[in-house]
Ligand binder design. Structure first.
Ligand code: F6R
Length: 588
């Protein structure tokens, strides 16, 4: 799960690689590297850490006409300079960058060692670099085709060869790879966002290519040249910058009201009749992490407003579980990136069971979008920070719009318009949460409780806080505390209580007070201020602005996102790039 970029250009190769790597850094940022090539020489530079460190380290190779770059999310082998890509093969003849997992690498390693090859890294990718030199074919593309026929698993590979033409050899199976070519520049990348504006090629599994200046020649695995159509250029994911914000995450939280406006506008173009025509009687909502939390919220909407049997399932569980689905099942896949490996695999499984496939994604050209019968754009705009914020709000709001439209509500989008008007509230939340964060930043553990949709908000709030502050956080349905977890409550353990439904106020409050009586400290986020007589129970209270109850969850998550952000910053961490994570999880 890494980002790769390759470039052939008479000038500025290094710059193109660095700019491209910055754009695919969402795929991983444990280490980063570049290989520059002129006709004869290959020069590799790599570092553990971020691109700016590589930029400082890398000098220009004179006459450089080709370069490949890689930003890594470690799967095989620890995070260190040695395991960073590009990876060099025997005698540094071939140098490769690889995204994916070579599943049979142990077997390949044994075979290669028997042939006398020496592994210098702990990566599965090195087997590719070594295999490339094993034969002496007349054309290097044959080395690549022979090599990938030995591989099991997923790969997008860009390879360069010493003392040969200024070409890049590339191959793809299951991991994304795109190519671009005009008379000035030829590029390969994990995401077309790296390319200049213009039509580009999307590799299919089992395709390889030789990329040259002004030309890309594609082959199938029999070595036969194939003709490929270009994908029509559509303004790809906008390229975002931080503006005046210190971090992308903060900027993206503040962008939520605008993103919700775009969602509403784009949703009105969806032909609901086409969805009704799918004639489904039950719904499965499938996603991972934050997107799974959106699915939980969507399932609540389907059950509450349409009285339809609806269930949210983790994509990684759906893949291997015995869920009952068939042609009457509508499977809704939710994914910001549209490239999450578990979600893609779950979707393919649902297809084999003849389920109807609808997806919510933020990337119109993503794999999940292209595999779905109907796609509803999340419309959140680029989300760069690893922790998902505005995309979550748009996913939840989008599911609400879908359910309301299916219900036949005439002015279903009006309630959401109210939420879009709340731009000023974000600043108020920020100020409140900056204060509250001082307290939380000192803690080792934090609990979040709520009921029904507030339990989902608790789950998402807890995920956000643990993800970027490394504090151990748990979320529970309020009534579940007493069934075991309450034993973890000690003096001053923080419990964040979320209440957006007045019918549940007293029930949740009772659970909160049980925790308080064991020494816990209560922090309240609620649709209304507490009564004066209740005030002494809380260290902190935040009351939410008035919007339609089913959409209060889109508002109540904002202060929790801002709390996480502030805690992360107070702890001196980088909220945009939490350790061990990547924005797009493209491996199982
Ligand atoms: C958490 C987060 C992840 C993603 C998950 C699914 O802040 O961002 O949990 O939600 O990896 O990613 P997508 O939505 O791209 O499928």
């Amino acid at each position: 799960m890494c980002g790769i970029v390759g470039v052939i250009s008479d000038e500025d190769c290094q710059k193109y690689i660095f700019d491209g790597l910055k754009l695919v850094q969402y795929r991983g940022y444990d280490s980063v590297g570049i290989c520059q090539k002129n006709n004869d020489t290959l020069k590799v530079d790599k570092v553990k850490g971020l691109i700016d460190k590589l930029v400082c380290k890398t000098s220009n190779l004179e006459g450089c006409k080709v370069a490949i770059g890689h930003t890594r999310w470690a799967t095989h082998g620890s995070v260190c300079e040695e395991n960073a890509h590009p990876i060099e093969g025997k005698d540094k003849e071939w140098v490769i960058v690889h995204n994916g997992i070579v599943e049979n690498y142990q077997q390949l390693m044994c075979n290669l060692q028997r042939e006398g090859e020496v592994f210098k890294t702990q990566t599965d990718s090195e087997s590719i670099a070594l295999l490339l030199s094993l034969n002496n074919f007349d054309d290097p593309i044959k080395n690549l085709i022979w090599t990938i026929k030995q591989l099991k698993g997923s790969y997008a590979i860009c390879a360069v060869k010493k003392e040969s033409n200024n070409y890049i050899y590339a191959a793809k199976n299951k991991s994304p790879l795109y190519a671009f070519c005009n008379d000035k520049i030829t590029m390969l990348a994990s995401d077309p966002i790296c390319f200049p504006d213009g039509d580009y090629y999307k590799f299919e599994d089992g395709e390889v290519c030789v990329a040259k200046k002004g030309e890309i020649v594609f082959y199938n695995l029999n070595g036969v040249v194939i003709e490929k159509q270009k994908q029509k250029f559509q303004p790809i994911r906008e390229k975002a910058d931080k503006g005046d914000y210190e971090h992308y995450m903060l900027k993206e939280i503040y962008e939520t009201p605008e993103a919700l406006k775009n969602l509403t506008k784009n949703f009105l173009n969806i032909d609901i009749k086409n969805i009704k025509k799918l004639k489904f009687s039950n719904v499965k909502l499938i996603g991972c992490g934050t997107a799974y939390h959106s699915c939980l919220m969507g399932a609540i909407y389907f059950r509450k407003f349409l009285k339809i049997d609806a269930e949210a399932i983790y994509a990684s569980e759906f893949r291997y579980g015995d869920y009952v689905i068939g042609s009457k099942t509508l499977c809704i896949f939710v994914s910001q990136s549209g490239e999450t490996a578990d979600t893609i695999a779950a979707l393919l499984k649902a297809k084999t069971k003849k389920a109807k496939i609808l997806s919510f994604t933020n990337v119109p050209y993503s794999t999940i979008s292209s595999l779905s019968n109907i796609v509803i754009p999340i419309s959140a705009g680029p989300e760069i920070a690893v922790a998902s914020t505005k995309a979550y709000s748009c996913q939840v709001a989008g599911l609400y719009l879908l359910v309301m439209a299916l219900k036949g509500e005439k002015h279903y989008y009006k309630a959401l318009k109210q939420v879009c008007e709340l731009a000023n509230e974000t600043e108020k939340f920020f100020i409140n949460m900056a204060d509250f964060a001082q307290d939380i930043a000192q803690k080792q553990k934090v609990f979040f409780i709520g009921k029904d949709s507030d339990y989902v908000t608790a789950l998402e709030g807890a995920l956000k806080l643990k993800e970027i502050s490394y504090i151990n956080c748990s979320a529970l349905p309020a009534g579940e505390l007493k069934h075991g977890t309450i034993s973890l409550i000690e003096s001053k353990t923080p419990i964040i209580v979320i209440i957006t439904n007045k019918n549940l106020y007293e029930k949740v409050m009772n659970s909160a007070l049980e925790a308080k009586s064991r020494g816990g400290k209560l922090y309240l986020i609620s649709y209304k201020p507490p009564e004066i007589c209740e005030l002494e129970n809380f260290e902190f209270c935040l009351s939410l602005p008035k919007v339609a109850q089913p959409l209060l969850c889109v508002v109540s998550i904002l202060p929790l996102q801002l709390l996480s952000y502030n805690v992360s910053v107070l702890k001196g961490l980088d909220p945009d790039k939490p350790r061990n994570l990547a924005k797009s999880v493209t491996v199982e």
